[in-house]
Structures are given as structure tokens and as C-alpha cells.
Design a protein around this ligand. Structure first.
Ligand code: TPP
Length: 583
């Protein structure tokens, strides 16, 4: 391999990048700056690195997060010293909270310039507090330190990102001048220890990831519980990959239990074998009283549906088993009595192997029928009400998204509308969300990174405040390897707050809703993005179909009214509740 060894800074940076590549870290989001020159040059000159130039480090962090979420492999972000690095904070928090690998590479001043008032010099180590899986402060490159140290540190960093709990790592690099790759002599013997590494293309230290198999005791307890349950319920939260989805589908077939699948599980769309409208079924007291599970087997992340959480709370005391691939407590209502950390496919397959096909519990068919009834009510209601509404937009997307695309859902109402009203008859596409910390920041960049990682055109459904928050990430879209079709719901502020009790307090409501009268056509023009503003559902369907067919980055702005939106939700839910109570 060619090592760029013009000077010691260049050499260390070149070793770093090459060892990252050997570890599968090949996607780099690079932001401009001087102190980071050795890192940037090394990444730019490594032909195996895919690079994206990002002016704004906040967007770069979220883009890398989206890429890591899509691939399970970390993307690296490179920033200069100072507040540039601090801009990664929200992406690091989300990566940490939702178990996504992410590698922060920051440049720093050498020790003699720290705490001296030197320009653009801040305390970088420890900046991300306890949201990291690991951090390391590289000393300034020095011939007294063997170059193998760089390689073993990289291998350790990648291991810390990928072993459970998966998450972000920060490597901080102190560099003295010269920062550019200007020639300086390096001792002949210095590279001696790298002979074998240079001759092959392997990692210096190979880590073997532990397989998180469940211990035999909790596995046996789960199997016994499953066998003894008369009215089991399988609940599936956010999943990371197709492998997990397939294993859960196999288990669901064996269990024959009703399945409540969250929109972030990837099982909610294009899947006839689930209780698709479970959230709406839980509007009905009659349904809840009749459904009553005796066991909940919850696999993966938490559920978006607040009604599900309330339902589980109301059933406190039943057996609640939670299986996830990390050690953290995801139990806000304190219901879980058996928590198993395991590789999800391995765990599901172990149960599947040990149980015979179970009989359908008695509450299964009624739930299935009622879910279908809800589906029909939603379809008829939306057919009758052609004026554009937020639930209709979510449903039309779920019906028309092509099977080889992906979907990214913004926080606030977009994810909830899709969770509640998506048509299960559409395509089964990968679904991305930032639900670790549920921020409304960085969603355009995250969706673009998700698209790049999956190598699929992606639809982003997003609210206007969230869009405004990440407006400058539109600059990234021209360079993105995959198109992003942005469906922007502009209800002129935070529509979600109209659903909350604070909406009654008119004197202070502006502080929550943050109303505005912006439209986003000029933003689209600025970034040379084709723009459409459909006014009814037929128009929207047409424009959306065209956009996904063309596979071009497009902004579709849908203007809705908050009061009408509330009214629409209420009328639809009233109809659903009345129908369910009457059956
Ligand atoms: C970074 C961040 N700031 C504030 C919030 C609190 N918050 C949650 S939803 C929301 C409103 C979002 O409005 P919009 O994106 O227009 O979506 P809508 O509510 O209309 O669906 C806000 C401010 C948050 N989650 N994240």
C-alpha cells in the first residue's frame, strides 16, 4: 500500500485512515478547517474512501448518523478544532441513545497551546460527556511513539463502536505545524514495525465480536412462559436490520400470537400478518377489555404509540419480557419483569427451535377482524375527504412508495401519522427514524445519510419546524449519492402542540406553536431543488408518484391547517371508536 509519509502528521493520519478502511469504515464526511488538514488530506488521498464535503458540522454529524443507521457500519466525520466539534453533539447524543455507530475525528491544538487563550482552542476531550462508548486523545505525532499505536487505537475504537452497546466514539488528534503535507524527514527505521501490515490488507489487531447469546436460564424461562401463555402478545419496536425482521417473522409464525409492530420495526409496512391498526384499536375500551393479554413479549426498541404504553400500564402485573441487543433499561412505565440482552435473530431462532407451532389465542381473530374494520373505516374516510390532510399524506406515501426505495420519518406528527394510518398493503421498505432522543433537528441530513447508506432513493416526511431547523442541510443534497424526496407538511408551526392541553392557554400558546407564515419555495430555488405544492389528495398522489418515479431530489410542500388537522383526527377517531364499541 502507498503510505503518505511526507511528514509525521501526514504519516499518522494516513495510517489512521487506512486502518479505518481495513475495518470497514470507508465513508467520511469532511468539514473544512486548517487544524484538521492532516486528517482531511489523508482521507482525500485514500482511493478507498468515499468522501462527502459538508460545510456544516451539525449536518455532517447527522448525515453520518443516517449512514451508520442504514448500514450498521460507522461513518467518520472530520472537523477542525473549536466549536466545529461541538456541532456534532446532537448527532452523538442520538447515536448513543439509539445504538448507532458513529466516529468523530477532531483536530486539536498541541498541549502547549491548550488553556492559553490560543485561537480556536477549546476543551474538546470530554466534550461529549457520557454519550460516548470510548474516547482517546492522540498525542502529537512523535517518533518516540511506535506507529503501531495508531493502528491498535483505531482497531480498539472500531471495536468499541460495534460491540454491545453499539454507539459513538471520539478520537481527538493534537497536531503541531506543519499541517500541510510538506516534506520533512522521518527516521528510516520508524516504519520497520509496519512491514507485515504494509504487505497485506488486513487489520493490525483483529477483534472478534462476542455473539450476545442469551444465557440458558432466561431462554428456558421465556420458552416456558411462551408455552404456558393462553393470550400472548408479540410487540416489536425499532429494529436495526432485515436479519432481525426475518427472524421475528419466523418466530411470529411459530407463536401464532397477535403482533403489534411499531413503524420503526420495518414490519408495519407491506405486512398482512400483523394487527396493523393496533394503535387505533386501543381507542376502544371495549376492545381493551376483551383483548387482555397474559404475556407481552417485546422485542427491539420502544414503541411510538402512547396508547400502547398506556395499555401495557393498565395491564401491569402480567408477564412482560423485553429482549434487546443492548443493556439499557427501556421501561418508562416499570413493567418489565424479565430483561434479556441478546442478539435478536439468535434469540428468536433459539425460541423458534424449541417450541412447537402454538395455537392461535382466542383473542387473535377478533383483533384481526377489528383491525381490518379500522382499515376500512380509514380508507373510506380518506376517500370521502379529498381535501389534503396530514393522515392522508402519510397514507398515500405508504401506498405509493416503490419497493426499492426507503422511508425516513421526522419526529413530531410525521412518525405518529405513519404509525397510525399507514396502509399495510403498500411496499415493505426500510424505515429510518431518529427516536433515540426524538429531536426535530438534523432530520434532512439524517435522511440523506440513510439514503446514501442504503443506496436507495428515500422519501422523508417532515414537519415545517423540523425542516426549518435543518434548512442548510439542503446544501448536502446536490452531492448526495441518492435522491431525497422531501414531503414537507407545512402547518405553519408545531402542529403537535395543538393536541396538548397547553393549546387551551391562548395567552402563551405562541411560545409552543411558534407560528410563522413562511413557505419554502425560495429555499428550494436557492438549492436548485424542484418544488411542488399540491393542493388536494389527488394532486399530491400524482406529484409524489412522479417524484419517486423520476428519482430526483424534490421538495413537495403540503400546506395544512392546524385546526382542520385536529378536527380531522378527532372525527376519524370518533368514527373508529364508535364502530369498535358497536361491534
Ligand atoms: C431539537 C428539538 N427541539 C425541540 C423539540 C420539541 N418539539 C417536539 S415536536 C416539536 C414541533 C415540531 O414541529 P414540526 O416539525 O412543524 O412538526 P408538527 O408538530 O407540525 O408535526 C418541537 C418543537 C425537539 N423534539 N427537538
Amino acid at each position: 500500500m502507498t503510505l503518505h509519509a511526507e511528514n509525521l502528521n501526514a504519516l499518522w493520519a494516513s495510517l489512521l485512515v487506512e486502518e479505518l478502511v481495513r475495518n470497514g469504515v470507508t465513508y467520511f464526511c469532511i468539514s473544512p478547517g486548517s487544524r484538521s488538514t492532516p486528517l482531511t488530506v489523508a482521507a482525500a488521498r485514500n482511493p478507498k474512501v468515499e468522501k462527502l464535503i459538508c460545510t456544516d458540522e451539525r449536518g455532517a454529524g447527522f448525515h453520518a448518523l443516517g449512514y451508520g443507521r442504514a448500514t450498521g457500519r460507522p461513518a467518520a466525520v472530520i472537523a477542525t478544532s473549536g466549536t466545529a466539534v461541538a456541532n456534532y453533539y446532537p448527532a452523538v447524543v442520538e447515536a448513543s441513545m439509539d445504538g448507532v455507530p458513529l466516529l468523530v475525528l477532531s483536530a486539536d491544538r498541541p498541549p502547549e497551546l491548550r488553556e492559553t487563550g490560543a485561537n480556536q482552542t477549546i476543551r474538546q476531550l470530554g466534550m461529549f460527556a457520557n454519550y460516548l462508548r470510548w474516547q482517546f486523545d492522540f498525542p502529537t505525532p512523535d517518533e518516540k511513539i511506535p506507529p503501531q499505536m495508531v493502528l491498535t487505537t483505531v482497531d480498539q475504537a472500531v471495536y468499541r463502536m460495534l460491540r454491545s452497546p453499539v454507539g459513538p466514539v471520539h478520537l481527538n488528534f493534537m497536531f503541531r505545524e506543519p499541517l500541510a503535507p510538506s516534506p520533512e524527514s522521518i527516521g528510516e527505521k520508524y516504519l520497520g514495525g509496519l512491514k507485515t501490515w504494509r504487505e497485506n490488507a488486513k487489520r493490525y489487531t483483529k477483534y472478534s465480536l462476542p455473539r450476545s447469546m442469551p444465557d440458558i436460564e432466561p431462554l428456558e424461562e421465556t420458552i416456558a412462559t411462551v408455552k404456558n401463555s393462553k393470550r400472548g402478545l408479540l410487540v416489536v419496536g425499532r429494529l436495526h436490520c432485515l436479519r432481525e425482521q426475518y427472524a421475528i417473522s419466523r418466530l411470529a409464525q411459530k407463536l401464532n400470537w397477535p403482533v403489534f409492530a411499531d413503524i420503526a420495526s420495518g414490519l408495519r409496512l407491506g405486512n398482512a400478518n400483523i394487527i396493523a391498526s393496533f394503535d387505533q384499536l386501543l381507542l376502544s375500551d371495549k376492545f381493551k377489555a376483551a383483548f387482555k393479554p397474559d404475556t407481552i413479549l417485546h422485542i427491539g426498541g420502544r414503541m411510538t404509540s402512547k396508547r400502547f404504553l398506556q395499555f401495557a400500564e393498565a395491564n401491569a402485573g402480567i408477564k412482560y419480557i423485553h429482549i434487546a441487543d443492548h443493556p439499557f433499561r427501556h421501561d418508562p412505565a416499570h413493567l418489565v419483569d424479565l430483561r434479556i440482552e441478546a442478539d435478536i435473530p439468535a434469540f428468536c431462532d433459539s425460541i423458534s427451535e424449541h417450541i412447537p407451532n402454538q395455537d392461535k389465542p382466542k383473542n387473535y381473530s377478533p383483533a384481526e377482524q377489528k383491525s381490518r374494520l379500522v382499515e376500512n373505516i380509514v380508507a373510506a374516510f380518506l376517500n370521502k375527504n379529498k381535501s389534503i390532510s396530514e393522515p392522508a399524506v402519510a397514507r398515500i406515501i405508504s401506498q405509493n412508495i416503490p419497493h426499492d426505495h426507503a422511508l425516513f420519518l421526522g419526529n413530531s406528527m410525521p412518525i405518529r401519522d405513519m404509525d397510525m394510518y399507514a396502509d399495510p398493503g403498500g411496499s415493505r421498505v426500510p424505515v429510518g427514524t431518529n427516536r433515540g432522543a426524538s429531536g426535530i433537528d438534523g432530520l434532512v441530513a439524517s435522511a440523506a445519510g440513510f439514503a446514501a447508506g442504503l443506496e436507495r432513493p428515500t422519501t422523508l416526511l417532515i414537519g415545517d419546524l423540523a425542516f426549518l431547523h435543518d434548512l442548510n442541510s439542503l446544501a448536502l443534497l446536490q452531492k448526495n449519492s441518492q435522491p431525497l424526496v422531501i414531503v414537507l407538511i407545512n402547518n405553519r408551526g408545531g402542529g403537535i402542540f395543538s393536541f396538548l392541553p397547553i393549546a387551551e392557554f391562548k395567552d402563551v400558546f405562541d411560545y409552543f406553536e411558534t407560528p410563522h407564515d413562511l413557505n419554502f419555495k425560495n429555499a428550494a430555488d436557492l438549492f436548485k431543488i424542484p418544488y411542488f405544492a399540491p393542493e388536494n389528495t389527488d394532486d399530491f398522489t400524482h406529484v409524489y408518484r412522479q417524484a419517486v418515479e423520476n428519482e430526483r431530489t424534490t421538495l413537495i410542500e403540503v400546506r395544512t391547517h392546524k385546526d382542520e388537522n385536529i378536527d380531522f383526527h378527532k372525527r376519524l377517531q370518533r368514527q373508529i371508536r364508535t364502530a369498535l364499541e358497536g361491534t
